[in-house]
Write a protein that binds this ligand. Structure first.
Ligand code: MLT
Length: 405
């Protein structure tokens, strides 16, 4: 008789952004006249930049000609893209990462949820609290998290590293030794950053304890200050303890196009076993490579025109971030993030819970945000707004919030 993976039955509720989508659809059905502004999920609104569209068109045409048609992509990605990534994202920042340490995929979300598969089933994970829910949920599905306590909203076998206003939303080293440590900077959801020297301490800690850091750098394009690292490989010793995930979604607007990559240095080992060949084996077995057209689009991200156009897109979103940050502060809210990240993290007013504030904003002023408690118990009493909306909607949303009584 077929039986399900019972770990799935342990997952509480639905995926955070699916739940938000459901509530917004219900509200919209009951209030069809409401002009809803969506600043919830971090989905981009600007169209794909012209240099990238041009590259895609060219690749589409190639696929229509016998001489230039391509079938399956190489397992780990086309060399033209892996070389462009190695050169632009790593060598240019002084990071020693070669093209064959880069695994091209269809996005960072899949990679950072799948990576746990190559580690032992009894690995203990450590996560920031609040945290991007994918890291925890994917480990729950794999049976690694123990039991869920709905009161405390905590899993019995997960090491939580609270990130609160008290520690500047920056995790402290855990008291117990984890095997896998998920870090994301600039942070989703708090928008907090980590300095190079603090990240170096994490790398030293991991090398000392034998842990592996799973570093999600999906938002690095939003860094504007010089002492904030774009990659964990800017730290000495990171090659022996860190895996890095990158996305084209937030820096190049590929949320609907899908492209990302994972970096695994060749010398990285888990208990004496090299990790790079295991991920290569998984990739080769379970994945047939991102489409040629999309990988050509990714290559254009690194062209001179592409870089210039994307800098403008990032500035556009960061101008939204500034508008939200300053507008909310002027309205008396306690806010953080938004300086080197496209997320603004605000304290809910009048001790409202995160979901109460979600409902309040939706009903009163038709604005959708993300409740902080959806990212973990330390997110309770907080709320996340994204800077990825249009400028017009962002301004309108802040005006509505300011005028709320
Ligand atoms: C978010 O809103 O946290 C992100 O857009 C989710 C994602 O990138 O998967």
């Amino acid at each position: 008789m077929a039986r399900v993976n019972e770990n799935y039955l342990k997952l509480p509720g639905s995926y955070l952004f699916s739940e938000i989508g459901r509530r917004v659809r219900d509200f919209s059905a009951q209030n069809p006249e409401a002009e809803i502004i969506r600043l919830g999920i971090g989905d981009v609104t600007l169209p794909i930049a012209p240099a990238i569209i041009e590259a895609m068109h060219k690749a589409v045409d190639e696929m229509g000609e016998k001489e230039t048609f391509r079938g399956y992509a190489p397992d780990l990605g086309y060399d033209f893209l892996r070389n462009a990534i190695a050169e632009n994202d790593y060598k240019s920042r002084g990071c020693d990462i070669s093209a064959d340490e880069i695994f091209v995929s269809d996005g960072a979300k899949c990679d950072c949820s799948n990576i746990q598969e190559i580690f032992s089933a009894d690995s203990r994970i450590a996560v920031c609290d609040p945290v991007y829910p994918v890291y925890v949920d994917s480990n729950v599905m794999a049976g690694r998290c123990g039991e869920y306590d709905p009161e405390k909203q905590l899993w019995s076998n997960v090491i939580y590293m609270p990130c609160t206003a008290g520690n500047g939303f920056s995790p402290e080293f855990p008291k117990e030794n984890p095997d896998l440590i998920y870090l994301c900077f600039p942070n989703n959801p708090t928008g907090a950053t980590i300095t190079r020297s603090r990240l170096q301490e994490w790398v030293d800690y991991a090398n000392k304890t034998g842990a592996i850091i799973l570093y999600d750098a999906a938002y690095e394009a939003y860094i504007s200050q010089p002492d904030i690292p774009h990659s964990i490989y800017e730290c000495d010793g990171a090659r022996s303890c860190a895996i890095e995930f990158r996305s084209f979604s937030k820096n190049a607007g590929f949320t609907g196009v899908r492209l990302g990559f994972t970096v695994i240095p060749k010398e990285l080992e888990a208990d004496g076993v090299k990790v790079h060949p295991l991920w290569a084996r998984r990739h080769g077995t379970k994945y047939n490579g991102a489409p040629y057209i999309i990988q050509r689009a990714g290559e254009a991200v690194y062209s001179e025109e592409g870089k210039k156009q994307l800098r403008e897109q990032v500035s556009y979103y960061m101008n939204n971030a500034k508008c939200i940050y300053e507008g909310l502060r002027a309205a008396g809210y306690t806010v953080s993030g938004g300086e080197n990240a496209p997320y603004i993290w605000l304290k809910t007013p009048d001790n409202m819970t995160s979901w109460e504030f979600f409902d309040y904003l939706l009903k009163r002023v038709n604005i959708v945000g993300t409740p902080g408690s959806g990212f973990g118990p330390s997110g309770e009493g907080y709320f996340r707004l994204t800077a990825f909306g249009t400028y017009e909607n962002t301004v309108k949303a802040i005006e509505r919030i300011k005028n709320m009584d």
